[in-house]
Design a protein around this ligand. Structure first.
Ligand SMILES: [Zn+2]
Length: 100
């Protein structure tokens, strides 16, 4: 399927990827309690990291090929789809040290 010229559906992180969402909705993940909220945490392996992201913990890039994690709210405040759309990619260590 061509990937170019696909309209953006939201103002969220520019990583809308139907296959990625499918993987995250069905794949292995854990729920962690952080900063007073429950978060779904999905590890991303180096092989799965095919794009660059900006880590919200340190504001530095997570370059493609870097194993990291993606986290989104698990308390259903906005509904699963909206929470998932607002997911953020984190360096593993930034998530662990809990910078917000
Ligand atoms: Zn970071």
């Amino acid at each position: 399927m061509p990937r170019s010229n696909r309209p953006r559906r939201s103002n969220g992180p520019a990583d809308d990827d139907a296959q990625g969402i499918e993987r995250m909705m069905t794949g292995w993940r854990t729920v962690e309690r952080r900063r007073g909220h429950d978060w779904n945490v999905q590890p991303i392996t180096a092989n799965q990291a095919t794009k660059d992201y900006v880590c919200p913990g340190c504001s530095l890039p997570i370059t493609a090929g870097t194993a990291h994690l993606v986290a989104w709210r698990a308390d259903g405040l906005m509904g699963d789809a909206a929470d998932l759309a607002a997911r953020r990619h984190w360096h593993n260590h930034c998530w662990r040290i809990g910078v917000s």
